[in-house]
Structures are given as structure tokens and as C-alpha cells.
Design a protein around this ligand. Structure first.
Ligand SMILES: Cc1cc2nc3c(=O)[nH]c(=O)nc-3n(C[C@H](O)[C@H](O)[C@H](O)COP(=O)(O)OP(=O)(O)OC[C@H]3O[C@@H](n4cnc5c(N)ncnc54)[C@H](O)[C@@H]3O)c2cc1C
Length: 413
């Protein structure tokens, strides 16, 4: 019996075990997934919780109900991987041997990494996050109570999962206060370590204009060193006072990755960016946010990556070369308020461009353009996530990015 062990039953881990259970005969293959929690959270839904647009129950399902029959689900927390022995040790002392290991333990917000963020007496009083379920739920009350003053939306450092989510939050919070007649009493500031609104030039210009149109002041190149009372202080000694801070803390991979000697300084696993294979060990792979891939950390990336990985893995265990090559394909709806959203679609080599997706001219989705259809696409994504993506069912979107429907900026064709 050969053993595939997957660490983490989040987006990537769940998709991979469900896909591979169908392809690997149960008589020859034991598939096990390890997960500490008994609930699976739909993280893109966290964006909507502070505004009351989703009820908390809409973003949670029991983990067991999402894992295919024939996959062993072990409730436990990984303490370390011991590659030399081909085994994983859990915090409760259990040991799990593997022939092949997939690390899919994601990244988590770490407010403890910025002095004054968690330990300055302001956490969940005037400092909130929406990157955790509890944080997003608590923020709903804080926004409801916020009657005026300076609200700062802040990113600690890159990379973060869903790098457009803080922008979406800024657009939605502007809309939220407008609808409640409180916008003129709220000063909105967007503090980012990036030189502009986003990482890639064409999208950054478009999204930057949208911030300007909404009178959201941008504080670029802002790298926070510490939080003192109710002020963010940067390394270059700029100070941004706030009445309410909505921060995205440093995102880090799981600590066991560092303890196992498998990670970089953010506990991300260095992998081949086309095959997800660990650069250090031939029988270890990392999928989803846990990997150090130079593309967005996003559920869409985990999905496209899982498609490529599944085919490759079947070749690899047969002793054949892996022929699939992941191109960094990512797509994300960017909610912009007022029942509209943009869509961005890109990969390692091509930045987000205007046009239509997935079909040329027809769309129906509009790239880098605000449209109601994109907003409906974003809302429909939750249904797709639970019913198609997590079960590992095929969907009619190719894993590789296509140039069909995209318009190159003038002078680049
Ligand atoms: C606010 C917000 C909005 C987002 N919006 C979008 C969006 O619109 N579109 C999009 O595509 N993506 C979006 N994302 C990103 C998306 O949710 C993640 O990229 C995706 O969930 C990554 O999947 P993953 O499997 O790598 O990690 P996760 O889904 O985070 O799963 C990791 C799993 O590993 C488990 N784990 C951690 N440590 C251990 C351990 N020591 N032992 C065992 N198990 C462990 C965790 O409990 C968890 O279940 C958003 C994320 C956030 C926070």
C-alpha cells in the first residue's frame, strides 16, 4: 500500500484529496489528510461579513462533509515533518508515515509579528482584521458603532492572500458609510507597503484612480515598524493616526514548516514554480498559499494549481516525467461597491489586462472594468466553491491563462 499524506484540509488540501481519491485505486493507495479544525471556512466570504452582506453561517461547513469517502481525515496539528524518516509528527505525539507528502497548510495572519498590534491594548477595540472569521465578525459591530473619524485600511507587508481584498474592503467601506449617510464624517486612508494600489502597473493605475474617485487617500511605500497607541509608525518615521484601524497583519506559513527546516523567512515552502515540487525533497510538494510561488495567493490559484498537480502526480508515481507546467494563472473578482465588481486574470508573465473573460467579446465578465455582472460572478463563486471546486469536479475553465479576449495596452502588441 502506497501512502499519500496531505497536510491541511483547506482549499488546496480538500481539492487535491478529492480529485486524487477518484484517480488512485483504494486497493493500492491510502490517502490521508490532517487538519486541526472540524470546520472549513470560505475565506472570500470574510470580506462581506463586516458589512452584514453575508451571515456568518454562510461561510462555514463541517470539514468532514467536504472530504470524499475513502479519504482518511485525521484531526490533529502537525508539529514537524521529518523528511529523512519519511514521517510527520503531530503535536499529540502521533506519527504518520508517508511515501508522498503534500503541504497545504496555507498562511495565517500574524498580528503578534508587529510590535503594538496585538499587545498594545487596542486589538479588537480600535484595531481589527477581517482576514479571520472572528475578526470579520467583530468588525461588523465596530463599523456599526463607528460614527466618524479616521479609518485606516492597512497592509503590513506582502505577500498576503488575496492581495486585492484590502482594496475591496476600502471600496465597500466607502459605500457602507455613504449608504448610512455618514461618509462625510469618515476620513478614509489606504496605507500600503506597495508604491501604488496594486502590484501590477495597468491594474494599479486603474485601482488607484478608483481610490481617488472615492476620496480615499493613499499612503504608499508605508512599511509599519510598530503601532503606538492609536498611531501606525513606519520605518521611515512617518506616523498615521487612526480612530479605527482595519489591518492585514503579516501573513506567514505554519510554524511547523520552519521547525522542519522546509521554509523561507515567512515559513513558505520553496518549490518549483511549474510543478510545486519541493526544491529540497523529491517526494514533497507544496500547494496553495503554503508555497512560495511568485503569483497571487488565492483560491483560484489553488484550484488551477490542483488541476495541474493532479495530472503531474499520476505521471510521477508511474515513474514518468511530469508534463504539466503551471503558469501562475490567477483570477480574482474585485468588489468595488454599489453592486459592481472588476475581474482580473493574469499569470507569471502577463499582468491583468482589460477585455472580456472567459470568451472574447461575449464575456460575460469584464476585465478591469466595473460591472454588475462581475459582482454577480463574485457572489456565485461561493456556490461554485462548495459544490464544484472543493469536491474536485471539473469546471469549464482552463487551468492555463488564455490571451483570448484580452487587449494589450497600445504599443505592446
Ligand atoms: C478576506 C479574504 C478574502 C479572500 N478572497 C478571495 C477571492 O475573492 N478569491 C480567491 O481566489 N481567493 C480569495 N482569498 C484567498 C483564499 O481564501 C486562499 O488563498 C485559499 O484559501 C488558500 O488555500 P490553502 O489551501 O492554501 O489554505 P487554507 O484554505 O487557508 O487552508 C490551510 C489549512 O491548513 C490547516 N493548517 C494550518 N496549520 C496546520 C497544522 N500545523 N497542521 C495541520 N493543518 C494545519 C488550516 O487549519 C487550514 O484548514 C481570500 C482570503 C481572505 C482571507
Amino acid at each position: 500500500m502506497r501512502r499519500l499524506l496531505v497536510l491541511g484540509a483547506g482549499t488546496a488540501g480538500t481539492m487535491v484529496v478529492n480529485k486524487l481519491r477518484r484517480r488512485l485505486p483504494s486497493a493500492n493507495w491510502r490517502i490521508t489528510v490532517v487538519e486541526p479544525g472540524d470546520q472549513h471556512f470560505y475565506q472570500p466570504g470574510y470580506l462581506f461579513l463586516p458589512f452584514g452582506a453575508y451571515a456568518p453561517r454562510q461561510v462555514v461547513k463541517p470539514t468532514r462533509s467536504l472530504i470524499a469517502g475513502g479519504v482518511e481525515l485525521i484531526r490533529g496539528e502537525v508539529d514537524r515533518v521529518v523528511p529523512a524518516d519519511g514521517e510527520v509528527r503531530l503535536c499529540d505525539g502521533r506519527t504518520l508515515p508517508y511515501d508522498y507528502l503534500v503541504i497545504a497548510t496555507g498562511v495565517t495572519p500574524r498580528p503578534d509579528q508587529t510590535p503594538g498590534m496585538l499587545d498594545g491594548g487596542q486589538w479588537r477595540k480600535t484595531i481589527f482584521d477581517f482576514y479571520t472569521y472572528d475578526g470579520a465578525v467583530a468588525l461588523a459591530d465596530a463599523l456599526d458603532r463607528f460614527d466618524g473619524g479616521r479609518l485606516v485600511v492597512h497592509i503590513t507587508d506582502m505577500p498576503i492572500k488575496c492581495p486585492v481584498a484590502p482594496l475591496e474592503f476600502a471600496f465597500l467601506v466607502d459605500d457602507y458609510f455613504r449608504q448610512r449617510g455618514r461618509r462625510d464624517r469618515v476620513e478614509l486612508v489606504y496605507a500600503t507597503p506597495l508604491p501604488g494600489a496594486f502590484t501590477k502597473p495597468v491594474a494599479s493605475a486603474r485601482l488607484g484612480t478608483m481610490l481617488d474617485e472615492r476620496k480615499i487617500a493613499v499612503e504608499p511605500d508605508f512599511l509599519v515598524e510598530q503601532i503606538k497607541g492609536k498611531s501606525l509608525i513606519s520605518y521611515d518615521e512617518r506616523e498615521i493616526p487612526f480612530d479605527l484601524l482595519v489591518t492585514v497583519p503579516l501573513n506567514m506559513g505554519a510554524d511547523f514548516v520552519a521547525r522542519s527546516g522546509l521554509g523561507n523567512e515567512l515559513n513558505l515552502v520553496p518549490v518549483d514554480r511549474h510543478t510545486f515540487r519541493s526544491k529540497a525533497y523529491g517526494n514533497i510538494f507544496a500547494l496553495g498559499d503554503a508555497a512560495d510561488l511568485p503569483t497571487s495567493k488565492a483560491g483560484s490559484v489553488a484550484h488551477f494549481a490542483a488541476e495541474v498537480f493532479t495530472g503531474n502526480f499520476l505521471e510521477h508515481i508511474d515513474g514518468r516525467p511530469m508534463t504539466g507546467s503551471f503558469d501562475g494563472h490567477a483570477n480574482c473578482f474585485v468588489e468595488s461597491g454599489g453592486g459592481k465588481a472588476l475581474l482580473i486574470d493574469f499569470n507569471y508573465d502577463t499582468e491583468p489586462l482589460p477585455g472580456t473573460y472567459p470568451l472574447p467579446a461575449v464575456g460575460p465578465f469584464r476585465l478591469l472594468t466595473e460591472a454588475p455582472v462581475n459582482h454577480w460572478g463574485k457572489l456565485a463563486f461561493r456556490w461554485m466553491y462548495w459544490n464544484l471546486l472543493l469536491p474536485g469536479r471539473p469546471i469549464p475553465l482552463p487551468a492555463h491563462m488564455s490571451m483570448a479576449g484580452k487587449h494589450l495596452p497600445a504599443g505592446k502588441d
